[in-house]
Design a protein around this ligand. Structure first.
Ligand code: GLP
Length: 263
């Protein structure tokens, strides 16, 4: 695992955006998996800036989604679909035919919908770069503690803690109970993972993911099995890691460890 330790969220977002930008420059038809949540907002903002200053072209990029809340219409202000459009997609030149976000309100039977989403990913040759956040309880996407490390795209039940995180956003509305998510096995099939975590409230989850035992109780530990898992952390999110000396190395020195297509 490659940890890029940055001083601020801003610097972390720019570091992550440089990697994504580099991947798109080297492969204009990159298959990019997006994640929702607070953590990648600065990354998306930086990508939009790069596009607006003509340094990035999204016209051939294929977009996939990590997860989506179930039962919300796509255009609900609370859907991840809306989130992705608001923070990234409507600002860049992604071809609508290249958008393959998960649908939280499909008429299809969910089991066959999930199987068809897996097929869609495969038919496009797999996801190259999957952006990830991490839940405070170690969830990845909506793979809550107890998810099989080999799980596939499926419907998941939100844990009490995850639902509580939504309390503010949903205000008086009923909290979401279920979501559709790429499985941990599906996520690990991406050629590279780019996990972003910022803030003290993520420190424990980050330490457990990197240095804790590999366990279904800690879904994010599944990234330990991935040969190209890149973590962009600020000092607070990294503060519970024991191997600080190593992580403190200059990002430029660590860059040599990246695969060629991300350098
Ligand atoms: C949410 C989502 C994930 C997200 C994670 C972290 O519940 N299911 O897609 O990556 O939790 O979110 P945040 O970045 O807002 O902390």
């Amino acid at each position: 695992m490659l940890v890029l330790l940055t001083e601020t969220v801003e610097e972390g977002s720019q570091t992550a955006a440089r990697l994504v930008g580099q991947a798109i420059t080297k492969n204009p038809a990159l298959r990019l998996g997006l994640a929702a949540g607070q953590s990648p907002i600065g990354l998306y903002r930086t990508l939009v800036n790069l596009y607006q200053s003509a340094q990035l072209d999204f016209s051939r990029v294929q977009i996939f989604g990590l997860d989506e809340l179930l039962g919300l219409p796509r255009n609900s202000p609370r859907s991840y679909h809306t989130f992705f459009h608001h923070h990234l997609l409507r600002h860049v030149n992604v071809d609508p035919a290249h958008l393959h976000l998960l649908n939280g309100q499909t008429d299809e039977d969910m089991a066959s919908y999930c199987a068809s989403y897996e097929r869609l990913i495969r038919d496009h040759g797999g996801i190259d770069l999957q952006i990830l956040g991490i839940g405070r309880n170690g969830h990845l996407g909506f793979n809550e503690p107890g998810s099989s490390l080999n799980s596939r795209t499926r419907v998941s039940l939100l844990s009490v803690q995850t639902k509580e995180n939504f309390a503010q956003v949903f205000d008086q509305m009923p909290l979401p109970e279920r979501a559709v998510t790429l499985g941990l096995g599906t996520i690990r099939e991406a050629r590279a993972l780019l996990l972003l975590a910022f803030g003290k409230h993520k420190a424990e989850a980050v330490a457990n993911a990197l240095e804790g035992p590999l366990s279904a109780s800690n879904p994010a530990s599944s990234i330990q099995l991935h040969p190209t898992a890149i973590l962009v952390l600020d000092r607070d999110a990294a503060s519970f890691l024991t191997n600080q000396e190593y992580y403190r190395q200059e990002a430029s020195q660590l860059r040599v460890l990246l695969p060629e297509w991300l350098r």
